[in-house]
Design a protein around this ligand. Sequence first.
Ligand code: FAD
Ligand code: SIN
Length: 539
Amino acid sequence: MKYSKYSAVIIGSGIAGLYAALKIEQQINLPDGILIVTKSKFGESNSLYAQGGIVGVMKENKADSTASHISDTIKAGAGLSEFNTVKYISEHSDAVIKDLLKFGVEFDRDENNNICFTKEAAHSVRRILHCGGDATGRMIEQALCQKVQENENIDIYEQTSAVELIVNSKNECRGVIVFNDETQEYETIYSSAVILATGGVGQLYKYTTNPSGATGDGVALAYRAGAVMQDMEFVQFHPTALAIDGEENRFLISEAVRGEGAKLCDADGVEFMAKYDERKELAPRDIVTRANFNEMIEHGVDNVYLNASCIESSKLFKRFPTISKKCMENGIDISHDFIPVAPAAHYFMGGIKTNLNGETSLKGLYAIGETASTGLHGGNRLASNSLLECVVCAYSAAQYLKSIELKTPKQIDEDIKSLIDKYSDEDVILDEIDIPSLKKKLQEIMWNNVGIFRNEKTLSEAIEQIRMLKSEFPRIFKCLSREEYEFKNMLTVSLLIAYCGLLRKESRGAHYRTDYPNMKEEAVHSFITREEGVPDFVK
Ligand code: FAD
Ligand code: SIN
């Protein structure tokens, strides 16, 4: 197998990965350079589709304060947000936004050239910056992608998946094995800093706002390598995905549309949110999602509606150009038609446990962005806090790496050698497996049994059914394609979410148990490692 070495290797080209690469390069002398490995086209990611915006508690926004942002984040987090994490991220938001401006990100401004701030659910003031109206992710991605491509110290591998972390007998991460889906070649990359920025898990579910790459790879790789996972049962469902099936996901109708005044209603235009929460459409996301889902179940329908016709039409089209265009393509004029919407899996609050430097429980392995669980979001993420977390944690990981000697390790012990052998073996003959059909089955199981409402019966059944699917997928190490590697990861992460959901006998934030509808007094995180795993006796 080919091999190479880098001072730092970053897996993923979303906003977390790109910003980390740029900050590491700016601040550290790197003898062996930086590599970004990304499994599809450079820049393809969840980040690219982010709409509403990014939180910035900006000094010039006199209506706002970090105290207010911290309080809103903690309230939404249902007792599981970590105060110090929230404070750190909030306090660094002004600096990172100003740094993004230097990297060429153009936030929307008013006629006096002041940055515009919008509002989303459960924010007490307008503090969300956006670009291109509702194309915030695309514009930040494009600016950062360009800077990375111009930087000669950063190499990029496209169409290349990280398939296994290299861990030595001392439990230190020493690099990563990657697989190029086009050439079918493997390569071992040695590095003393492997940074997972692999994004979310939305594709585990039948309905999701996430694009096809959101298959939880980083979580599965880190779990297999022995790292500690945190709060795996917490999956956020967005209340308003456009209820029209796309090829692999559902298009998002941003919460910012409700932030600007749109109302949820039934087919006759009857509004219902007041029944569920006094904050109505701007209640925290988990509450609005359950309200929509409940209305759908009670009335036996596949969607509810969003009525944006109360917003002045010229403002609506200017503020939400992507959304209005997409709806128009589907025959919906958002200035007077109701938009059919339904909940969809959107964001993963759980993931690889890290501290604010991105350190995981394994030396040499770091995780940032959606794949990490820092304790910012707790049981329910506040809108637009994710992009903020991506940049602040990428920044702090880069700061931390300044104190580490980024010399590329040469030592290969028996554990590493035997792992590399498993991927080098060219005599292994693998039969074709029908991945699309297995994937569809898994997504149905997760949506029906480990979704917005769950209970002991649905979760136990899910575990049993996922195990059956696993038996139809006899791969342990080497697979035939990117699709197969992704499915292997999806099985691992699904099982962990279902199992951790079974263990948490309460309802908290996005984790709602119909058999335990109340929240316990004490809020505790859940943790799981490969060593504990999911016991065999659990169905
Ligand atoms: P991603 O942007 O998902 O990037 C992950 C990268 O890793 C991708 O390049 C992927 O190809 C790569 N990758 C994955 N696995 C592998 C592997 N095995 N090998 C190699 N590469 C791999 N949040 C907000 O704060 N504000 C918003 O307005 C907002 N809107 C959203 C709208 C939509 C439709 C969606 C889906 C999400 C939205 N979110 C929003 C959430 C936010 O976009 C994400 O949480 C955030 O962008 C995650 O960034 P990331 O860099 O961690 O991961
Ligand atoms: C949205 O625009 O509704 C998504 C915002 C987010 O997920 O933070």
